[in-house]
Design a protein around this ligand. Structure first.
Ligand code: HEM
Length: 140
């Protein structure tokens, strides 16, 4: 990611700051509508889950200047996700729901460049998570 990409994701995320939980809830609604098979994977309450998701995104954005540390965090997160039953194709569903949510929440401020920067960030995070925890043959 270029320094400009990093600045774009940080500033657009900061804009959502006061609407963090609301935005995360919108994301889950969208995900469960477009990909209902993901609903059963979530055992805890969605409000609590939403808070955790936004916290992790905050930490990830803060750590973009420390790729080594971020990779360790994402590798562990990826392993836990495999244990939650998350499959590689779910990462695409989550990416679409995330981009849709950002676009819906930010409106005009979600420019073509901001979308490209978020896509790049998400793809990098997902790649690191999946590399740390490839799906086992048994569950494939
Ligand atoms: C960049 C991508 C993602 C991030 C940053 C992320 C973040 C998180 C965080 C912070 C948690 C809290 C528990 C923990 O730390 O282990 C969590 C749990 C979870 N995530 Fe994700 N996640 C991502 C992708 C996905 C995808 C693709 C799915 C597939 C549907 C998914 C499904 C779940 C489930 C099922 C849980 C456990 C919920 C529960 O305990 O009820 N996540 N995620």
């Amino acid at each position: 990611m270029t320094p400009q990409d990093i600045a774009l994701v940080r500033s657009s995320f900061a804009q959502l700051h006061r609407r963090k939980i609301e935005t995360a809830c919108l994301f889950y609604e969208r995900l469960f509508t477009t990909t209902p098979s993901t609903r059963v994977l979530f055992k805890t309450d969605i409000q609590g889950q939403a808070a955790k998701l936004m916290e992790t995104l905050t930490v990830a954005l803060a750590m973009l200047n420390d790729p080594g540390g971020l990779n360790v965090l994402l590798a562990r997160l990826g392993e836990r996700h495999r244990n939650y039953g998350v499959r590689p194709e779910h990462y695409e569903a989550v990416r679409s729901a995330l981009l849709w949510t950002l676009e819906t929440s930010l409106g005009r401020d979600f420019t073509v460049q901001t979308r490209a920067a978020w896509t790049e960030l998400y793809d990098q995070m997902a790649k690191t998570m999946l590399a740390a925890a490839p799906p086992s043959r048994q569950s494939a």
